[in-house]
Design a protein around this ligand. Structure first.
Ligand SMILES: NC(=O)c1ccc[n+]([C@@H]2O[C@H](COP(=O)([O-])OP(=O)(O)OC[C@H]3O[C@@H](n4cnc5c(N)ncnc54)[C@H](OP(=O)(O)O)[C@@H]3O)[C@@H](O)[C@H]2O)c1
Length: 353
């Protein structure tokens, strides 16, 4: 087999890492490609689930003796601690790897130090190869680790005139089946799906990841969270159907925020403690407004249907904006047509002060 460059190997490692999205929490996604001394690929691995082998260990097992004198190309700094598995830094040294190329340093204070351990053992370590790409593939986990609360994606569906429901309150289905399938794929990448009790009372959603054609459930389900100050979620609500774990987060349990609802930073902190790193906020408009007003949204994903209603609730309510100068500005990062609808992805711009 022909030899590959370290840069090509990192591109492949980033692809491999993405296979773990949605199943590794509270761990990151990680991919690893092992090159032998001649630069040939002799092992590949990714971290598939917490408690399972790390990417480096999978790749080392494939490479066997051919790892000796070779190069490990890995998307995240190899861990240096004994968790549910032993340190990857030690395993790489023991396998006789001569060089380790890392895209992103590990911000986790418990696991960091792998690069230093490797260098101390005489292994050449290079950091920063394809760093931005690897960072973006792991953005939820990295952001959550650096600041101590989960990465929040607000997803909504609306008509082209920005309505999230019709005047009589009906909202199923604003967008197409293709867009809803896309939402299920998005749900499958997060650890928790969050809605306000208003949405549960209005729509009685299941909030599970499932095949929309036959209704079959995905093996791994995100935690379902209902933000419900005084516990109005009915006993027979679908979110209580046992198909996935559900947490009805009340103000009594989490704390009360300045507007009398559930304290949202405390809610996110509690989710972080439970191992949640990525959250999909699915509405409705009032809860989304509160999250945005508090600056707690990291990414906006809007599904816009080519339909008009002319009346009915807006996709967003009370986001703390009263004049145009206070508008929450977004930076568009992607516009994709999904079936007949548009999926728009955007990042809130950081505000001054
Ligand atoms: N198109 C879409 O993407 C989409 C998505 C979801 C929902 N919807 C539509 O939205 C409508 C429901 O809207 P909604 O605004 O009533 O629902 P919501 O945002 O899901 O729920 C709002 C409720 O959450 C509770 N809450 C607790 N803590 C809060 C806090 N800190 N900030 C804000 N709210 C807090 C409040 O009730 P308590 O005071 O009782 O706690 C509040 O009334 C339905 O018609 C539904 O179809 C549309």
């Amino acid at each position: 087999m022909a030899s590959v460059s370290v840069d090509e190997a990192m591109r492949r490692a980033i692809e491999l890492a993405a296979r773990g999205l949605g199943t590794t929490s509270p761990n990151p996604v990680v991919g690893c490609v092992l090159l032998d001394a001649d630069g040939e690929v002799v092992g590949e691995g990714f971290h598939a689930y917490a408690g399972g082998p790390h990417a480096e260990i999978v790749a080392l097992a494939q490479a066997g003796q051919r790892a000796k004198g070779g190069t490990a190309v890995v998307t995240l700094e190899p861990c240096d601690h004994v968790g549910r598995t032993s340190p990857c830094s030690t395993a790489l040294v023991q396998a006789g790897v001569a060089r380790v190329v890392i895209a992103v340093p590990d911000p986790n204070p418990v696991a960091t130090g792998g690069a230093a351990t490797l260098r101390a053992a005489g292994v050449r370590v290079d950091l920063g190869v394809r760093e931005a790409e690897a960072e973006s593939g792991n953005v939820a986990w990295l952001t959550a680790m650096r600041r101590g609360w989960p990465y929040v994606i607000w997803k909504y569906a609306a008509t082209l005139d920005g309505r999230s429901a019709a005047a009589d309150g009906t909202s199923m289905w604003i967008t197409s089946e293709a867009a809803r399938m896309d939402v299920h794929a998005l749900r499958a990448t997060v650890d928790a799906v969050v809605v306000g009790v208003g949405t549960v009372l209005a729509d009685d959603p299941r909030l599970t990841v499932r095949n929309l054609r036959d209704g079959s459930l995905a093996i791994r389900q995100p935690l379902r969270v209902v933000v419900d100050s005084v516990g109005r979620t009915p006993d027979d609500a679908r979110v209580r159907d046992g198909a996935a774990r559900t947490w009805v987060a009340t103000a009594e349990e989490v704390g009360t925020g300045p507007d009398g609802g559930v304290d949202l930073p405390a809610l996110l902190a509690a989710l972080h403690t439970r191992g949640v790193r990525a959250v999909l906020l699915e509405g409705g408009p009032r809860l989304a407004g509160a999250f945005l007003a508090a600056g707690l949204v990291d990414r906006v994903v809007g599904y816009l249907a080519p339909r008009l209603l002319g009346a009915g609730p807006a996709a967003l309510v009370d986001a703390g904006v009263t004049t145009i100068a206070e508008a929450i500005d977004l930076e568009l990062t992607d516009v994709t047509q999904v079936g007949p609808d548009l999926r728009i992805t955007a990042l809130p711009r950081k505000r001054e002060g």
